[in-house]
Ligand binder design. Sequence first.
Ligand code: PGA
Length: 252
Amino acid sequence: MRKKIVAGNWKMNKSFEQAEALICDILEEIDGLDSRLANVVICPPAVYLEMAVDLARETSISIGAQNMSQFTSGAYTGEISATMLQSMDVQYCILGHSERRQYFNETDEILAAKVKTALENVIKPIFCCGEALAQREAGVHFDVVKSQIENALFTLTEEQFAEVVIAYEPIWAIGTGVTASPQQAQEMHEFIRGVIAAKYGIAVAEETSILYGGSCNAKNAKELFANPDIDGGLIGGASLVAADFVTIIKSF
Ligand code: PGA
C-alpha cells in the first residue's frame, strides 16, 4: 500500500523561536496518533533544519528541506548540497516548486539534475508539478504536467523512481484560497498515475504517493483526500498553524 503523506511547506516564514514552538505544538497534538494513518513531513527553512531534526528524532515525523543544489560540493556560494542534508539526517527535499521555477529560473533540466543528486544522497524528492491558470484555460494542463514529469524524472531507474513523491500543485491554487475541486484534483492525479504506469509499469505507479497542493486546508482536506488517487497533501499556509496542520493530518 502506498504511503499517505502530509507535508508542510513553511516557505520563508517564522523566526527561530516561532519555528521551534510550532514543531513542539505539532508533536504534542499528534502524540499517540497512529503513524500508519499518515506520514508527516515538515519542511522548515534551511537554517532551522538542525533544530527540526533534533526535535523530530524518535518521533514519527520526518524533516525535509525546501530546496537543494544540483551540485555536489565546491564553489557555489550560498548553496546547500544534498550531502549536507544527508549528513544532518534530513530525509526529504521539495524540488520543482513553482515558486522556484518562477523566481529562481529552475528549468526541467536543472530539476532533473537536482532529483538525481538528491536520490544519490538518499534524500527523497517531493517533486512538484502543475500548470498555470492560462495553461488550464487553454486546455493544455495535462500536457504541461506530463512534460514536467517526463523531463525531470523519466531518466531515473525504476528503483530510483520508487523513492520519489509527486506533488500536483496547480499554480493558480497556490496561496490564492482557490482550491482545485476534488474532481479536478482526482482527474489530474489519475492522469499522473497513468503517465507513471506507461513508463514504469502499473505496480510502480500504484506504489507512488501523489500529493495535492494549493490552498489545501483544515476545511477541504477531507474531501480532497477521500479520492482514490490523492495520497495526501503538500500544505503551505495551513501548515503554519499547528491546529490546522494537525486537522489536515487527521483528514484521512
Ligand atoms: P498553499 O501552498 O497551501 O499556501 O497554497 C502550497 C504550496 O505552495 O506548497
